[in-house]
Design a protein around this ligand. Sequence first.
Ligand code: URA
Length: 210
Amino acid sequence: PSLQPPTANLHPGSLPSGSAGLAAIREELGDCRRCKLHASRSHLVFGSGNPDAGLVFVGEAPGSEEDRQGLPFVGKAGQLLTGIIEAVGFRREEVYICNVIKCRPPENRNPEGEEIASCEPFLRKQLAAIRPKVICALGAFPAQTLLQTREKISSLRGRFHLYQGIPLMPTYHPAYLLRNPQDKRLVWEDIQQIIQRFGFRGPKSARRGR
Ligand code: URA
């Protein structure tokens, strides 16, 4: 009999769905040392929210606050993301939020090829377990990684693409919006397209994006 634990080497096609699937993926990650980012992390940031979410947000990588808490999008950019989620009538716990890279790159530098190659399969498995109706990719990095393109975020955003048959809307990253608040309007439009197409509960009010 195989000595491998039953959750090792999960393939996206053979995954249990929802919370059992996510638990198995988290277990497979374990105390991950597949790339050098493990050496400087405080916490691996797996993801948080509803394992059966219809809507999943995918960011780049944890920042310092996320590394400290072990939760995605809990720093300044996270507060803005939470505001966007709530502005369209969701609570954070109703959607799922994760990143391409699970451990913080030092000084928030861009993830390197080897780090992406080690970590990306786990994101793909998470998406396979959740099977959301729609994915929102936050910024160039998750959009280009999932869609396997080099196209710029400014041309990718604003329309649906397909990831494994799942509609994917790229939009600007909330950290970019903190530096470029004039583009919040564009993100609001992208999120509205998601809400309208998938018939999620509408905005609580007609108020525009903050
Ligand atoms: N930026 C990201 O891309 N992800 C986080 O979790 C936090 C900030």
